[in-house]
Structure formats: C-alpha cells, structure tokens
Design a protein around this ligand. Structure first.
Ligand code: PEP
Ligand code: MN
Length: 289
C-alpha cells in the first residue's frame, strides 16, 4: 500500500483506503434518505439550525426546510463547543424535539453524535448520524458509529489531509456501514479574521475522483459568514458536490450558536430556488455530452 505524500496523492497509485476508493465502486455510491438522493447526479440540501434551542425554533426551521422542498432537517442536540461554558445543546430533549419537528413536516433527521455512550440512542432516533470535524479523528469512536450500519455524515477535520479524511471513512466502512457521506466544511484558515475556515472547494472534485462516496459541502462553517453562504453554495454545485449542509435560523441575530453564519428563511429559500434552477441547467448541459 502507498500513502499519499504530496503531488496528486493516491491518484493512479494503490489507495490506502480500499473500501472508500473509487475503484471499489466505479459507478459511485448513491444514498437515498426520505426521498432525497445523495450521489448519482442529484443534489440534496440538508438544512436546519446549528443547535436545537426550543420547540418553536426547530418547528419553524422544519417548516422552512419542507416549504423549500428539501427532505432532511439538520440540528445539533449535543454540541461540540470550544468552551465548556458555552451552550452545550439540549441533549436528549433536543433529540426529541428535532424528531417531533421532522415528523410533523415529513423530514429525515441528521444530528451529531459526540459521545460513544450516546451512539445507540441517537441511532434509534436519527436517520443520519453526523460525525463532527472534531471527532473525525477519534478512531475507536468511528468504529462504534460504523457498527450502527446507518448512514453517516462524516465531516472533514479542519486540519485533516484528504487521505486522513478518506481513512476515517474507511474506519466506518470496515465496520459494515455502506452509506457514508463525506462533508467538506473548510480547513484551518490563516486569516480567521476574514473567514472562519478556508473553504476547500477543490477537495470536492478531488474526493470524487478518489472515492465513490457522495460529497457534500457545508458553506456555513466553511465561511462563518452568512453573506458568503449563497455564493459558496453555488460554487459547491458548480464543482460537482452532491449536496449541502446549511445552517438556518428564524432570527439569526438571536441564535444561541453560529448566528453569524446562519441564513434567515428568506435567504434560504432564495438559495434553494437558485440551486434548483442551476441544477436543472447543469444537468441538461452535461447530458449533451
Ligand atoms: C455542525 O455541523 O454542527 C458542526 C459543529 O460542524 P463541524 O463539526 O464541521 O465544526
Ligand atoms: Mn454550527
């Protein structure tokens, strides 16, 4: 086995992640969740608040997501916060609320799992298990998540090389999960006064060359600024992403977490409208051969 060291990494070589490698499934993996399709040329928008705050907030988000024609509601119940004094999420009550809101609007749920002890309980409630950037490199944890055999949204660690990202996916796949969605969410920025992270959009087409797994982009954490979410989301579609993970909030200024990068509902609807029109155009253009 070779490792990717500089240059074009494992392209053309023997990948160190045989299960995640494009060669394992040249036609590409297609994951279907609640009528949304990740992979296979479709485009799925997963949206919701950074964290579930109360019933009214998550219900309003679910309604906005459904109204926009999207099928998957995101929302954090267990939040990985840099400071232990920051809002940590509502925990199990948050899980209950997001399931209730999703069911009321016919949506699927994606939510983060942070602790090994919570995996089974969250797997019983959520449709997709989110592994956050910070836990992407927690290998025993990845194995346990993989054993649930549920779809997993795996976020790239902000300091991870693409080979490390794909090896994290390999840990999940080794344990029997077949449905792993790779999420590019930006890497450490040398100028965090401007953008929270550096949105590595080139990673999208490269990951799709290296791997058969669907790739989505998180322009919210990738930029940290709501005014950049729309243009970067359009860029994600243009470079071949299979979907997005977007933070929205009924009143971003009042959000308990990540309001600065959250779209209000009007801006979210405008984004989905433009994505839909652009996707139809690109599909038609690319089908001309
Ligand atoms: C999130 O999507 O809720 C989140 C915390 O993102 P990340 O793990 O990418 O920082
Ligand atoms: Mn967030």
């Amino acid at each position: 086995m070779t490792t990717a060291q500089g240059g074009c990494g494992a392209i053309g070589g023997v990948p160190s992640y045989p299960l995640a490698a494009r060669e394992a499934r040249p036609e590409g993996t297609v994951i279907r969740v609640n009528g949304a399709t990740l992979g296979g040329g479709d485009f799925a928008v997963m949206a919701g608040p950074c964290s579930i705050e109360d019933e009214g907030q998550i219900m309003a988000c679910a309604e906005a997501v459904a109204r926009a024609g999207c099928r998957i509601l995101r929302g954090g119940a267990f939040k990985p916060r840099t400071s232990p004094y920051s809002f940590q999420g509502l925990g199990r009550e948050g899980l209950r609320l997001i399931r209730k809101a999703a069911d009321a609007h016919g949506l699927a749920v994606v939510t983060e799992v942070m602790d090994c002890d919570d995996i089974a309980d969250i797997a019983a409630v959520a449709d997709i298990l989110q592994v956050g950037s910070r836990t992407m490199m927690s290998y025993a944890f990845l194995r346990k998540v993989g054993r649930m055999k549920k779809p997993v949204l795996l976020k790239r660690n902000m300091g991870a090389r693409l080979e490390e990202f794909l090896l994290a996916a390999e840990y999940l796949l080794m344990e029997g999960t077949t449905e792993v969605i790779l999420c590019e969410r930006g890497i450490v920025s040398f100028d965090p006064t401007m953008t929270r992270n550096t949105m590595d959009l080139a990673a999208v087409p490269l990951l799709k060359l290296l791997s058969h797994l669907p790739v989505v982009v998180d322009p919210s954490h990738g930029t940290g600024r709501s005014e950049l979410v729309h243009p970067v989301a359009m860029g994600a579609m243009a470079v071949g992403a299979d979907g997005l993970l977007v933070e929205i909030h009924p009143d971003p200024d009042a959000a308990l977490c990540d309001g600065r990068q959250s779209l209000d509902f009007d801006r979210f609807t405008a984004l989905v409208d433009e994505l839909r029109a652009t996707h139809a155009f690109l599909r038609e253009y690319r089908s001309r051969g």
